[in-house]
Design a protein around this ligand. Sequence first.
Ligand code: GLN
Length: 313
Amino acid sequence: GHLPPRRTVSGLLRSAHATYATLDDGTVADYIPSLAAADPGRFGISVCGVDGNSFSIGDAQDAFSLQSISKAFTFALVCDAIGHTTVRQAVGVNNTGLAFDSVMALELNGGSPRNPMVNAGALVMISLTPGDSAAAKWQYLQEGMSRFAGRRLQLDAQVYDSEAATNHRNRALAALLRSYGHMSYDPLLTTDIYTRQCSLLVTARGLAVMGATLADGGVNPLTHERVVGPSVCRDTLAVMATSGMYQRSGDWLYEVGLPGKSGVSGGIVTVAPGKGAMATYSPRLDAAGTSVRGQHATRSLSRSLGLDLFASA
Ligand code: GLN
């Protein structure tokens, strides 16, 4: 199973971009001050097949920070390092039904994050990352994410500084996890690594390659390097399906029929197992923190490209 022929894909991308570029619903995230400076009119879409063929339209070369999209790749890297069972015991795989930064979700669940796609779960994953210092853990993650992308991902210092100066809630979540005995590493150092991974810069084109690596059982379709094992990709896609869009994950799966992960800078990565991946960038977000144009374009392309996992034809 592969993507449709090249001319079909580029025509479909062009028409989805034109259709949804007119949508002006939603607002740019501003709780991280530097994200508020994003141009709300930017819109890029990219698709990458497991054969390495890629197609892009619009602002697919704009750099933006990974934000919560990083959580999916960290989960994969840590699963690959310490195993399916340990990770599942530590974070769980069920939706919280609440926002990505909910403190109540933790309190309701006896201090368990419930899944690795919310901030609390992502913080636990970082505490479990191999490395006996913060610098070693960060290096492990930055190098791993870079292998998914097929090139060295750089940190946006302005986004990092801006979030580091304002991330009181994430620091509180880490401290709360620690008090419940769910955080095995220093909570402030863990939060700092989390803030770094959220500040890594990608483009829609690069993000589609990262997603295509998950679609391809863990082998980067451009560099042919194995980044993680196939069972890890399978686990990652399953948890993206339950929790990648937080409290709106059910709506997303119902509408799009594919696992996806969003971030508050306006990126979304969506994976069609065995076929390829799609990435969108558009900074206006809905109330759950997911790009509005990105959701519409992804839903439409999932159907027109024949990727919806639940469609029989
Ligand atoms: N860095 C952001 C935060 O922790 C990521 C949130 C997101 O993209 N949903 O708040």
